[in-house]
Design a binder for this molecule. Structure first.
Ligand SMILES: [Zn+2]
Length: 582
């Protein structure tokens, strides 16, 4: 490109005044969306719930916009329109951040770059490939747009006015905060984050909760009031001999009865293109967090907004019933997907899956047990080593065991007191060294305790000598490792144990399918124990090879579970489950 042409491009971009039209009109007139059914034109009347979020992009008073929604409801369109408008009308350094990998390339190639190329004001000043146009970075004369993954290196150094973050719930913890820091030098900064939600309490949910929390409500065609899109409250279907003969759902019959009932007047809406349109046209956002900073707005809309040609309420009900049935068997992934991708709600395990607390056995832990061969103390350390959970359990030589104490001391000294009172040998106190390994090692050296560490591996290769043969066996606990603290302090022993395998063994014991494993009322912390020891469930996950596997996942406090896992690991080391000491 010649210098004169460059100069003309520069002038052309610098001397345009920001367009005052609403963003949805600007988008209709200025960009082409490949996926739009309206000849590539953006038509706001088809998605009226996008009006408010779009107006936040052009409103200089808004600093952050967070959109949590179901899938395929238009949140990517907000990003596409927002990026194009920002670069064309009110330019500043712009960053589009996505989950790493394929989705980033796909976003750039299919969603962002074609929209920028379709915008005449941007096409005029678009650099060619030799002069600053790359797939993930376009240097316009007025500002540069960079697209990259939500990771430390991409989010490290640039100073950015506009941040557009997509599928934010897939980002690793901390990256939302990192991205925010990029904008601090711009007083007219703007951050837009969008995602389908995943787990309640993650970084993305925290951003949404800090905003105004506006939910897209429908207008009731009966009373004219606003209906909150609470699926379990408003979507109804019949359960009777026709829809569920002999306890088995007949979905053809169920679908005939599906309706949306107004909680105020009871008006039943059937899902037709007409009702859908009228309920949305009269719809509006209702804010749940009026105390939020007024520069920070957050929005949510659900698949209930969509017309029946795209996603019918009947489809949603059928999906919900099927997923709920699977959840009852313990397979919760389909229900979680329904909640995340259709309802646009974060998953709260306990809301949808009932987990029983551990039932207690009836014995007196203060009475001596004739079969007792060992007593182990296991210690779960909290992050600052100012709070501990301690479990004392007696074991027989053949793997039977009973809980005798569960307590919450506040220091290593108090742990040592429990040991003295219980008459347990120092080496049979096992301390989790996951947090602050150096401090834990120092305490273990001082008191003569042993360290333990759970790991994700499924087993360890252990050499055993039988007669003249040396055998390698797979075991759930490692050989002991000697850890030296300093020249003058005693050496500490460390055992590593397999999280997945030991948890499976403990589950078998808890279910009464293995050697007798008892727990009774042990005083003040009993209730905490009953909850915590059932604090994890097996759920489906994708491993690093992309395979679907069942893995233990924490869904509430699990300190007692960690303590009991270490008890099982200790019992394995001491040969209570058949094989001898290592
Ligand atoms: Zn009503």
């Amino acid at each position: 490109m010649k210098a004169v042409e460059l100069f003309e491009k520069e002038v052309a971009s610098r001397f345009r005044l920001p367009d005052e039209a609403p963003l949805w009109d600007w988008m209709h007139d200025n960009i082409t969306l490949k996926d739009s059914p309206y000849g590539g034109k953006f038509v706001i009347s088809e998605t009226p719930w996008l009006r408010e979020p779009l107006s936040c992009i052009t409103d200089p008073a808004i600093m952050q916009l967070t959109i949590m929604s179901g899938a395929q409801l238009g949140k990517t369109t907000v990003i596409q329109g927002g990026v194009a408008w920002a670069l064309a009308e009110d330019p500043g350094p712009t960053m589009v951040i996505s989950d790493a990998g394929d989705s980033l390339e796909n976003l750039a190639e299919n969603k962002i770059n074609p929209v920028l190329e379709s915008c005449p004001a941007l096409a005029r000043v678009m650099p060619d490939n030799r002069n600053g146009k790359k797939k993930l970075k376009i240097k316009f004369p007025q500002a540069t747009v960079m697209m990259g993954p939500a990771n430390d290196s991409f989010l490290r150094s640039h100073s950015i006015r506009y941040i557009f973050g997509t599928e934010v719930s897939a980002w690793s913890p901390g990256n939302v905060q990192r991205s925010k820091k990029r904008t601090t030098r711009w007083s007219d900064r703007k951050r837009v984050y969008e995602s389908t939600p995943k787990l309640a309490g993650d970084d993305f949910c925290a951003e949404w909760e800090q905003g105004s929390q506006e939910e897209w409500n429908f207008e009731c065609l009966g009373c004219g009031g606003m209906i909150e899109p609470d699926f379990s409250e408003i979507i109804k279907w019949d359960e009777n001999e026709t829809t569920r003969p002999d306890g088995k759902w007949n979905f053809k019959e169920v679908r005939k009865t599906v309706r949306l009932e107004c909680p105020e007047c009871g008006h039943a809406h059937k899902h037709t293109a007409g009702t859908s349109r009228r309920m949305n046209n009269g719809g509006r956002y209702v804010a749940k967090n009026p105390g939020a900073n007024e520069r920070n707005r957050s929005f949510r809309f659900t698949a209930l907004c969509l017309p029946p040609s795209v996603c019918s309420w009947e489809d949603l009900v059928e999906e919900f019933i099927r997923a709920s049935q699977q959840a009852k068997t313990g397979y919760t992934t389909p229900l979680q997907e329904f909640v995340n991708l259709q309802l646009g709600q974060p998953w709260v395990e306990e809301r949808y899956v009932k987990i029983k607390d551990l039932a207690l056995d009836d014995y007196d832990p203060s009475v001596e047990w004739d079969d007792q061969a060992f007593t182990f103390i296991t210690v779960d350390c909290q992050q600052y080593l100012a709070d501990f959970w301690v479990c004392v359990r007696q074991w027989s030589r053949d793997g039977r065991s009973r809980l005798v104490r569960y307590e919450r001391p506040k220091s290593f000294e108090e742990v040592e007191e429990i040991r003295e009172q219980s008459g347990v040998k120092s080496g049979l106190v096992f301390v989790d060294r996951m947090y602050k390994p150096d401090e834990v090692a120092a305490a273990c050296s001082k008191y003569g305790w042993t360290m333990m560490q759970g790991e994700d591996t499924s087993d360890y290769l252990i050499s055993e000598t039988k007669g003249k043969r040396k055998l390698k066996r797979r075991r759930p606990v490692s050989n002991k490792v000697k850890v030296s603290i300093s020249r003058n302090s005693p050496i500490v022993l460390l055992f590593r144990w397999s999280n997945p395998t030991v948890k499976d063994i403990l589950a078998t014991l808890k279910e009464g399918k293995g050697a007798e494993w008892l727990a009774c009322d042990v005083g003040e912390q009993t209730e905490a124990y009953q909850k915590q020891v059932n604090g994890e469930r097996k759920t489906e996950s994708i491993d690093r090879h992309g395979n679907t596997v069942l893995m233990w996942k924490k869904f509430r406090e699990n300190h007692a579970l960690d303590c009991e896992c270490m008890q099982v690991a200790a019992a394995i080391v001491m040969g209570c489950f058949g094989s001898g000491e290592v």
